[in-house]
Design a protein around this ligand. Sequence first.
Ligand code: NOJ
Ligand code: NOJ
Ligand code: CA
Ligand code: CA
Length: 708
Amino acid sequence: MLKKAVSLCFAATLVLGSFGPFTDYYANASINNKVNYSNDVIYQIMTDRFVDGNPANNPVGSLFSSDCSNLRKYCGGDWQGIINKLNDGYFTDLGITALWISQPVENVYTVLNDAAGTTSYHGYWGRDFKKTNPFYGTMQEFQTLINTAHQKGIKVIIDFAPNHTSPASEDTPSYMENGKLFDNGTLVGGYTNDTKGLFHHNGGTNFSSIEDGIYRNLYDLADFNHQNPTVDKYMKDAVKLWLDMGIDGIRVDAVKHMPFGWQKTFMETIYSHKPVFTFGEWFLGENEVDQNYYNFANSTGMSLLDFRYGQKLRQVLRNGSDNWYGFNAMIAESEAKYEQTADQVTFLDNHDMDRFHFDGADVKNTDLALAVMLTSRGVPNIYYGTEQYMTGNGDPNNRKKQTSFNKTTKAYQIISKLAALRKNNQALGYGKTKEKWINNDVYVYERTFGKDVVLTAVNKSKTASYNISGLTSTLPAGTYTDQLTALLGGSSISVGSGGAVSAFDLSPGEAAVYSFNGSAAAPSIGQVGPVMGAPGTTVTISGESFGSTAGTVKFGTVNASVVSWSNTEITVKIPAASAGNYQVSVVTSGGAASSTYGPVEILSGKQSSVRFIVNGASTNLGQAIYIVGNVSELGNWDAAKAVGPFYNQVITKYPSWYYDVSVPSGRSVEFKFIKKDAAGNVVWESGSNHVYTTPASGPGTSVSSFQN
Ligand code: NOJ
Ligand code: NOJ
Ligand code: CA
Ligand code: CA
């Protein structure tokens, strides 16, 4: 309650324009923690479709649709428009604390020869990743955007699409811009006559396998060969350029379509340069569960957009094809399968799906979905215009220009209330989810961290009222008012000793949120970021009750050197312990130890993507080839941790197999290939170990013959 009053008075002061006395607030706000978004709410903007703040930078002719009636043209939205909305308080009052904007880089200028004359307004057809898209703004305007956002306590996340340049044709150099890549204005190469081997030339993917999706073109987009040293260095230099501009996060496009090993080296580059929260897009359809998706989130150091969560919530509250039992099962599944559930980015919709609200639907569904998402585990992301109940099925109807900025919609107010609560009650950022009362229509769940508790109750029925009796909670005895201030019909509840909640009615379409703030006596870790890095990488540990004087932080039993220490946030350097997975714990100066958090992976050092090829490896049906070797990245000779399964269809063909692996740079590694089946049966290669010295930097290739 007290904390809340403080933040309201702070907001009022901001409006008056004098935040001088509150600079300490900024110093401690999450804006300075670029690797923890647990207290944040992200707002996703398609830059071209938001606000045109500078008509002078608009494209002309066939690139442009001045009234945005042709949704495949540029519509004029730009960084100045976002700056204007930052300055007029639209985001501050909405309560969001991070903006995800379109890929900022220069895109193709050519218009597709289709009926609509499609352009690259969306930003996904990169041409020069070291320059800006001039229709969004200049580098100076980008810097102003970052600075303005930071002054408002808002982070900036860029979209980044290192999988491809732009549409290209294998044999027609005149098609579009031939997928050409430029390095700050200098041509590096194009798709046809690709003498440098910058791109894959394996045709388009039919999405039949992971391998097919990685090494063939996504649609007709010129697909990068990340094993090419020029491409590898270019992309890593490019991302550093944007990191140096002061960005706070990265959304990586199409992570299912790039080699996982290379992506791990990319993450190591980011984390050793300037660590920022990074989440990838691995699209999952409705009811799609893919162990590869969870493996990606758990092994690359990158979080994911939580498609499991988004699709399930859409089933329950958008199309009615599932109910709260299915939702609760998804919560249990994901909390078990993600190593860091709190770091996955939840959403209701995005630019690749039908908008959550649609013509003829009850806006109540959106309101309830927002209330649930903003009180759920994960980092919530709101697609622009959801707060205005924008509609649109399919691309590009889900990408209309936002024209209404009304602060009085119910959705706007729900976001505002719950975004504030996410800042003030750590149970929302860090707590696990416990189902407390459930039927097809009603879901009551509690999240706790330390002594913080948030209890959320929702009834999605349009007609039925339910009496909620027998509910128990961790809330201390007392009366609790609805944090949504009855926006969705909630009323107060009363909790007796032992947590028994007096029976109450949940009317049709009602949702209520109850909160208790208490600080934990014992040190408690809520989040650690990044969860992967070489020794020396800065890692931030967030939580409660660490104490004001420095104690120790341990990776397993190894002490890490402490860089800074406060009651809620500690920064340390990853210790030079032997590479592998560690549990992190905090011991206060008074000797109180936290429970452990992890795993956090200590890498052997800087990483290179090495393509291991093994020829002549014949297998029985059901067997696949894996690699195992003498470094942690190759499983330390533990067949259960061997890396693979190898591929054998696109780059090499059976019985030749290949896999791109992130291994320490400049190191002699020993390894063998194994044949493994789904049951885990292993056949080791005979003979002596293979030996390969990895490149000092950049990618490499190692070719072996299988030793039968
Ligand atoms: C996924 C993006 O979200 C989508 O909008 C884009 O067209 C493709 N990746 C290709 O970049
Ligand atoms: C490590 C050895 O060096 C290697 O040659 C052997 O194949 C594996 N262990 C499995 O025993
Ligand atoms: Ca403009
Ligand atoms: Ca690819």
